[in-house]
Write a protein that binds this ligand. Sequence first.
Ligand SMILES: [Zn+2]
Length: 339
Amino acid sequence: MASTTPELVCQRCGAPLTVTPETIVAICEYCGYPRILGSTINPDEVLIVESIGRDAAVGAFWKAVEADRDLRRLRSKIDLLEVEGFYVPAWIGRVMVDGVVEYIVRERRDNREYKRLVREDISFQSGIGFCARRAAATFGITDAIYYFLKTRERAKSQPLTEFPQEKWERVKLKVLNTEVDVSEVRERMCEDVADIVRSNYAHREVTYFRVYASLTEQPKLYLIPVWLAYYRYGEGTFRMALAGWDGARVAASEPVTGLHRALYTLGVFGLIAISSFLGGVIAYNLRIGESISVPAAIFTFLTIAAPFLSYLIVKGARVERLYRKRVQAARGTVIERTK
Ligand SMILES: [Zn+2]
């Protein structure tokens, strides 16, 4: 529950801060200055990634629509409903991974099965991120963190303590609360990396697995800007997550058309055709004095069942497709690569 305590004010401008009992870093809504609560992190280690503005985010949305072969065709029927931006707090660092894995490879040669033991060394470095929130992940957040790890050389970031108030005024967005402290994250990140690496061998017959992960760059708290665009197409509402630093689409739910529309159309025509045929049979039988009980029964059944049958047919037409990058993640830990 959000509450404003009179004593808790911004150390730079004196404005009251909104915090929850779980908040460990509060960002002043007015000037963007961070205040550290119940944590040992240094305020200089809270960094902000500059965001594009709302207009640019709207532009990025339409650019992404234009760039997508399926969406481009629907462009004129897409209504952009809402665009909202926020900063996701994420712990970003670097990890060194070392280990070894052994697995059995079975091969058949000359009708005989041969077993071969493969030993692979695991050694790589990777960017690592962790969403500093306890709540279930909001749409696109993991994807945005992953994309940030891939592009952070290009993204401009700077300490919030040095971020001028005028500039904050221009790029300020809602800041999601930081709830997970770095002390808790370090160990968890390393454990999760082992899980992610192990999962890459899940399809193998592993006989031995040992991996050791260590942080080569201590995690810093980054405020990563994400824009969510909600749009309507037909009866459905879909969303697209855009990276706030370069406007790239990082995740999206998209309407499925094509095949499902074809099935829908066929289904509707099918129902009409069956009904017309039955109607014809009834009319004909009435004219020649034959019994109409069988076609009439089917006709009645179809009429009563029509809403349900239509539902069955239409159900498939509202399917959405998820656009996602292949994010290597476990329990909130995201790593940039696993090789
Ligand atoms: Zn302030």
